[in-house]
Write a protein that binds this ligand. Structure first.
Ligand SMILES: [Zn+2]
Ligand SMILES: [Zn+2]
Length: 317
């Protein structure tokens, strides 16, 4: 694949937009999964591809082979890994394919950027990929700019609980010479930001997770709900658009017997219209998600563009 010229439009592809086990979930007959099956919708494990002057892969989960194949992606120029949870790195071995097809002796390892804490965990399983010259890990620290695949990248610390102490988000900035650089923030999984450096404020685009619609009474998995994300969207204050990703099925749909499942979380104080009344219905599919998000924004007088991303969504930035 030829690399496009530096001034060509940047394209953001949502390879997958689902939570750790994808949607609909295996063996799950909750009302959300049932509705998605009926509508033939699915959300694979979250991963993004930024393509322009070069191609940058953001996270590399267990669905990555199909995702890259579906979009005809040639060898990515670099990979960013947000944290050491399986749904964000278990696909790294699939990158081996790019070495296997390269003429003997010509392959350069694919640079993979991640924090030392993340690599400490990931290298236990995938250290051989470094030894065999498939990837070259580059350890990065929150708050320190680095360059990856002709993009400038600024990692920032995210709080995603103690089982993901290496967790970071990334601000990715283009190196346009002819026009203003574009800035995109990818937060991946988080419940909070321990610090809010000036660099990440007012990006052009914000990609943030919406694991539930409503904040749960107990947020033990340390994920971001849309209810909570509203506050972060205000804080980041993206100039152009926000995209929601990493959706799960852990909201309780009132009356669903599946609410007894371990994964279903009781809401703390579910989102409802400011005038009061019943909480907003839990969205079960893509159209309902977008509709609900727009209703909530309108009801609160928030004139913001928030798009519920879906698998395969391509956006020219
Ligand atoms: Zn995740
Ligand atoms: Zn995670």
């Amino acid at each position: 694949m030829n690399h496009p010229s530096p001034d060509q439009t940047l394209k953001l592809t949502f390879l997958g937009t689902g939570a750790a086990w994808g949607l609909p979930e295996l063996s799950c007959d909750c009302l959300i999964c049932r509705d998605m099956r009926r509508k033939r919708e699915k959300r694979e494990r979250s991963a993004l591809l930024l393509s322009g002057p070069s191609t940058l892969l953001l996270d590399c989960g267990p669905d990555i082979k199909g995702q890259l194949a579906r979009h005809g992606v040639d060898r990515p120029d670099a990979v960013l890994i947000s944290h050491e949870h399986g749904d964000h790195y278990l696909g790294l071995d699939e990158l081996f394919a790019y070495k296997r097809v390269a003429p003997r002796g010509t392959f350069e390892p694919i640079p993979v950027y991640l924090t030392p804490k993340s690599w400490e965990t990931i290298s236990v399983r995938f250290g051989y990929l470094e030894e065999m010259g498939v990837i070259s890990p580059h350890l990065v620290e929150p708050g320190r700019w680095f360059e990856a695949a002709r993009f400038n990248v600024f990692p920032f610390k995210t709080d995603h609980g103690r089982f993901a102490s290496g967790s970071v988000g990334f601000l990715v900035k283009t190196k346009n010479v002819s026009s203003r650089p574009l800035r995109l923030v990818y937060t991946s999984d988080l419940v909070d930001l321990p610090e809010f450096p000036a660099e990440i404020k007012r990006p052009d685009y914000l990609v943030i997770q919406a694991f539930w619609l409503n904040e749960p009474a107990k947020n033990t998995p340390r994920h971001m709900s849309f209810q909570r994300a509203l506050e972060f969207i205000r804080r980041f204050d993206p100039e152009r658009e926000t995209f929601l990703i990493h959706m799960g099925d852990a909201d309780q749909v009132p009356g669903d017997p599946a609410n007894a499942m371990t994964k279903k979380y009781e809401p703390l104080d579910p989102l409802r219209p400011p005038s009061g009344g019943k909480p907003y219905p839990i969205p079960r599919n893509q159209a309902q998600w977008q509709e609900t998000v727009e209703r909530i924004l309108t009801d609160r007088g928030l004139a913001r563009r928030v798009t519920v991303a879906f698998d395969g969504l391509e956006v020219n930035l």
